[in-house]
Design a protein around this ligand. Structure first.
Ligand SMILES: [Zn+2]
Length: 905
């Protein structure tokens, strides 16, 4: 590596020597007693002298105030030490007890009952008056009632909250450790740099955003990863982090997960102008600068602020001699769904780091650049002092880098606290002004047949603080006339920009740009709800009553007592109703009929007329009509299948999203793993005898991936509950999660189908029946390397409109999220019978986001229904249950459950 970067290396060495002399004065006052044991240990754990800075090479010792080691028994960054949530919290609470400069608050609970905390650190006076400072920021966040002079007065009195969050991604183990040391340092160090931060900034900390995952991962580390020496013998991570999802907790745009929601609700009370999320991946420290493609609706001030911070951090760290800090060419600013984006979405500033980490706390040799080419070690304008191609890396290096970066960001904030707050105010003000001056001026959501999806949409906007009103009278606009009761989202509000971002069509700016996540998320399309974009400025003057939280009440029309027909207008709550009335006889009509003057759509549920049904219908926001006689049209029984959801151990996240949706809608199922399939192959527990339907959610990337799953490791990877590892064995247990179900498992699936079972595969899982010949005639191909469709919303055409899968759908075409599923091929002779839905695949069928090369999907099946033996396989090329977003597509999946018998006859 020295031959590649001789000058840079020599320079960094010289800088390193001078840095420690020149900056020691800023970082230490010389008056305080320092912890000699800390300095010695940290020096030993840091693998090269340039991997530390004068900001973090020391730690004050203060009588009566515990350092992390005083409570935990080890310094942060000690090799082979990771801290469980309860111990993180124990430390922060001990610190709070010892100093008036720290305050800990509870912000909620996790799925598994662990606490969620936020820790504040500032000078004692600020901590005593936190509520006052919270009030100032709240006023600036919604400046509609402030004059400019009043706003300036508040700015002069206020302090910015700089929020730091760690442990969103459980496999990224360093940040929760580092923040303990940072909190201590900020609370006790007496140096010009720290004093200025403590004086001028309120630092707030989420010790672990996903506490359940933190504990599960730490247990996993101690159980399986302590003897890892490098990437070549890595044992990988546990099968679960949180209850349902992995990395997607940073893509949870609708805040479906409880821990994400806890943080959002806290955010909306405290309004930190900066929210900085700490991650781990690329070497050595990447600091987000908001690169293209940028979300153009957000305030342009933000795009000045982001590189301002990133460049300052990079310059500081290079000054300290630290190589490998860079600011560009990793994450872009397109999707608003990342967790810390809640800040930018609300006129604050998202910040993000990726620090190099080892997925544990072992010191190990890491190859940074691939054998061919430089990868992320090349010198670029945004990476003037690149990381090394190979490195011995430790947890302490990770701590040093991240903490030095964060301290530099806090230093900058402490030098410009008023600018930060003023920018926050100005962005909030601009958002309101933008809504007054630029179309669209608002959105109208008119009353529609299914109000339950309107309820979801309105409440999801409300959850994020967006104001929604209900028109008190008929509304006449250039776009049309809307009845009283229509929901109006006006843009001249503090979060008007966010409303626009969530509700408009996403016009991806440049086909040649790549993006880190989805390109489309338009809520009206995702929920298949009518949302009208309004360019008529008079929408701002419509008289409305404020909606706090929408609760749609259902109704049963009429008093007849033979049965209730629960109208199918596509509500996802129909499946909830069926499960609530579990023991009752329920039927579905296969043709429309009239009940009085009410038209009963096909696929409505005919349920017993009694108090239980009525109460459930009302509570679920459904509409029903009481029948005086049973309908004479053909009906079928809506029995509930004995449902199994199959998951690999290696790809539980997409399954997790399906589990989450099923749980939310009260659908009962067994979650089964390879263990259950292998058991069947040994003649213990035939699958068909146990189940009517097996659902295989999107997972695996290929049929082979689904069947063989995680590669076996050098020792079995047990995921079983034990006293030592109490977080394991949750949601499933295995003595060894590797190896997959294998070919014997495939044979069990074949037997299941042949014996009359219904197999439903979603997205990538549809490669499985095609590639392993369970659906002999169906082929599954892949798009070309030129094809690029990061989560757009495209149009699909329903071909078999009378198939039970489409009960509740009235259009011939519907918007679906493109899932990069297989390009299915059905032989010509079977197409008319077996292809239920297809992709028209032209440019005009791309409704939101980017789909480059969409013609490759032209006329390809989107859903196929194939009879096999006595059973059936339904293959979705789409993913009808994606991240709690496409509620408009859930119905197709739910119909496959409700009407499994009618489909499979
Ligand atoms: Zn991450």
């Amino acid at each position: 590596m020295t031959t590649l970067y001789p000058l840079a290396r020599r320079l960094s060495f010289i800088l390193c020597l001078t840095a420690s002399l020149a900056f020691a004065a800023l970082a230490q006052s010389g008056k305080q007693e320092m912890d000699a044991d800390f300095a010695k240990s940290v020096k030993e754990w840091t693998t090269k002298p340039e991997f530390i800075s004068p900001l973090v090479d020391h730690l004050p010792k203060v009588a009566g105030v515990p350092s992390p080691k005083d409570v935990l028994g080890y310094h942060v960054g000690q090799p082979q030490k990771l801290t469980r949530t309860a111990d993180l919290y124990r430390y922060y609470r001990a610190l709070e007890k010892a100093t008036p400069r720290v305050k800990v608050i509870n912000i909620g609970q996790t799925d598994e009952g662990r606490e969620c905390l936020v820790v504040f650190v500032a000078n004692e006076d600020t901590i005593r008056n936190l509520e006052t400072y919270r009030g100032y920021l709240a006023q600036l966040a919604d400046p509609r009632n402030l004059t400019e002079a009043q706003a300036q007065d508040i700015i002069a009195k206020s302090k910015p909250i700089y929020h730091l969050s760690a442990g969103l991604h459980s496999g990224e183990t360093g940040p929760p450790e580092m923040l303990m040391e940072l909190a201590y340092r900020l609370a006790v160090e007496d140096s010009p740099l720290i004093n200025a931060i403590r004086e001028n900034v309120i630092v707030s900390i989420t010790p672990a955003v996903e506490p359940d995952g933190r504990d599960r991962y730490v247990d996993w580390y101690y159980r399986h990863k302590m003897d890892e020496t490098g990437e070549q013998d890595s044992m990988g991570g546990p099968p679960y982090w949180g209850k349902y999802i992995f990395h997607d907790n940073n893509r949870d745009i609708n805040y479906s997960q409880v821990t994400m929601r806890n943080l959002l609700l806290w955010y909306l009370q405290w309004h930190p102008p900066i929210m900085h999320d700490l991650h781990e991946s690329v070497p050595f420290l990447y600091t987000f600068s908001g690169q293209a493609p940028q979300q153009p609706t957000l305030d342009p001030i933000l795009y000045g602020e982001l590189p301002w911070f990133a460049n300052f951090e990079m310059a500081q760290m290079i000054k300290y001699g630290m190589p490998g800090v860079w600011t560009h060419a990793f994450v872009d600013m397109w999707s608003p769904g990342y967790l810390a984006f809640m800040s930018s979405n609300h006129n604050g500033m998202i910040r993000m780091y990726e620090t190099f980490g080892n997925g544990g706390a072992n010191t190990m040799k890491r190859r940074v650049a691939p054998p061919e080419g430089a990868g992320q070690t090349s010198r670029e304008w945004y990476r003037p002092l690149p990381p090394y191609r190979e490195v011995e890396w430790s947890m302490r290096n990770n701590t040093n880098y991240m903490q030095t970066g964060v301290l530099s960001a806090l230093q900058l904030t402490s030098q410009f606290p008023k600018i930060i707050v003023e920018n926050f105010y100005k962005k909030s003000r601009n958002s309101i002004e933008d809504g007054k001056n630029n179309a669209p001026f608002g959105f109208v959501i008119p009353p529609q047949a299914d109000m339950t999806r309107v309820e979801f949409l309105v409440n999801t906007l409300r959850l994020q603080g967006i104001e929604v009103g209900r028109a008190t009278a008929e509304v006449k606009l250039k776009e049309g006339t809307f009845p009283a009761g229509s929901f109006i989202v006006k843009r001249d509000q503090p979060y008007g920009r966010l409303a626009k971002i969530l509700l408009e069509k996403q016009n991806f700016p440049d086909q040649n740009l790549r993006t880190y996540d989805d390109t489309g998320w338009t809520m009206g399309l995702m929920t298949q709800t009518e949302v009208k974009e309004i360019a008529d400025k008079s929408v701002l003057d419509v008289v409305v009553e404020k909606v706090d939280r929408l609760s749609v009440k259902g109704e049963v029309k009429g008093s007849a007592t033979v049965a209730y027909a629960v109208l199918n207008h596509g509500s996802n709550n129909l499946i909830t109703l069926r499960f609530k009335l579990k023991g009752a006889k329920v039927q579905a009509n296969e043709a429309t009929f009239k009940a009085g003057d009410t038209e009963v759509p096909v696929g409505s549920l005919i349920v017993p007329a009694n108090n239980d049904s009525r109460a459930a219908i009302e509570q679920l926001g459904l509409k029903a009509v009481a029948l005086a006689a049973m309908p004479t049209v053909v009906m079928h029984e809506v029995d509930l299948p004995r449902l199994a959801v199959f998951t690999t151990w290696g790809n539980t996240q997409e399954v997790g999203w399906v589990r989450h949706a099923l749980d939310q809608f009260g659908v009962q199922y067994d979650l089964i793993y390879k263990e259950r399939i292998i058991q069947a192959s040994k003649g213990q527990g035939n699958l068909r005898e146990a189940y009517d339907m097996i659902l295989v959610p999107n997972q695996g990337r290929s049929g082979k991936g689904l069947v063989f799953d995680r590669e076996p490791t050098r020792k079995p990877l047990a995921y079983t509950k034990s006293a030592e590892f109490p977080s394991h064995g949750t949601y499933g247990e295995s003595e060894d999660i590797t190896g997959g179900m294998g070919l014997a498992g495939v044979a069990e699936f074949e037997k299941f189908i042949n014996a009359g079972g219904l197999l439903v595969t979603l997205g990538q899982a549809s490669f499985f029946p095609a590639e392993f010949g369970l659906t002999r005639s169906i082929d599954a191909g892949r798009t070309s390397p030129q094809f690029y469709a990061p989560g757009p919303i495209v149009e699909a055409e329903i071909l078999k409109t009378d198939h039970p899968l489409f009960y509740g759908y009235t259009g011939k075409t519907i918007p679906v999220r493109y899932a990069n599923g297989p390009l299915l091929n059905v032989p010509e002779r079977d197409r008319n019978r077996q292809v239920l839905m297809r992709f028209p695949g032209t440019e005009k069928n791309v409704l939101s986001g980017l789909a480059r090369g969409i013609a490759e999907t032209r006329n390809r099946p989107a859903i196929v229904d194939v009879p096999v033996g006595k059973g059936r396989v339904i293959l979705f090329a789409t993913n009808p249950c994606y991240r709690w977003q496409n509620h408009g597509e859930f119905g197709m999946l739910f119909n496959s459950i409700l009407h499994y018998k009618a489909i499979n006859r």
